[in-house]
Write a protein that binds this ligand. Sequence first.
Ligand SMILES: [Ca+2]
Ligand SMILES: [Ca+2]
Length: 360
Amino acid sequence: MKRNVLLILLTAVGVNYLCGQVTIEVWPGDANNNGQVNHIDLLQIGLAYNNFGPARDQVYSGWQAQTATPWPLVLGNGVNCAYADANGDGLVNYFYDAFPIYVHYGLRHGSETPDVFPQGMSGVDPPLFLDESAMPVQVHSGTQLNLPLVLGDADQPVENLYGLAFSLHLDPQFIDINQVNVNLGQTSWANPDNDRIYSSYSASDSRLDVAWVRTDHNEYSGYGPIGTVSIIIIDDVVSIEHEFHIHIDSIQLIDRFGNMTAVAGDSLLVTILPDAISSGGEPGLTRFRVWPNPASDALHLRAGSTIEEVILYDAMGKMAAYFVPEKSQTTWPLPGLPPGLYWIEARTRDRVYKEKIVIK
Ligand SMILES: [Ca+2]
Ligand SMILES: [Ca+2]
């Protein structure tokens, strides 16, 4: 009778007790086991990084519960490290455990415990904002904005930074979210030693979820730029002035134990000026297209003019493949590449296009 009560209790908290052995259910990608896969799970991978425990006997790549033995280490936020081991090999690292976050992004299981985003106050808490001073004097259709992403300032510096997640909201009328490049790989006060992983996920056509986290269990304090957000205004002919905002909200900043600090979000106004003289081009004709996405063995490419070279970078910015099409439309038979997230960079005579691609 006592055992039955124990079984019911343990099942209720997501732990099973079978044949004398405690087991848990790992859903690949839901690293913090809150019932939903999203960018916050990348923070959990950073918290659990390089920890190890029992490997799983059977590993499935699909979205289903996988029975696992709990690991000895439970993190400061109360989550067992085994949940971060998406591929079940007994070690938490980037290449095999972060990719399931992409594949299963947004999926849910069981009852969800929503992720927490402490609301920060401007002037009281450290800010997170795009540096408006880097905005070009004039913004037109086709203009590329390279905006430094700044965390903290001299009045409100950040203490004990280990990981950061936030959402970027953009207007799909003016921005193609698949062409937004968030680069958080640069050396900075938060990343003096390139010991970080980061990712951005298109949650919808107007929302990009971004996560950045260290992996060495060391925290940093300070303030200033931590990366760059590159945005291209859609290359359609614009005949009247438009305005739109880029918002940053839903921020979660953690220390190396997973404790949170409130951060104040921000909103940046962008004004698109009318094109002086229409070139007579068809709207959208000059945009770069790449398909299918996800891809497996080949990519089709098309641009408004001759594509001089194409480079594939892996998610950490390392070159993975190179191709010289010298045509405006072509098919690129891909070399064998590990499944994962890549950036494709295509260069024409006067433009550089960048877009996210998943190779499966
Ligand atoms: Ca989760
Ligand atoms: Ca693993």
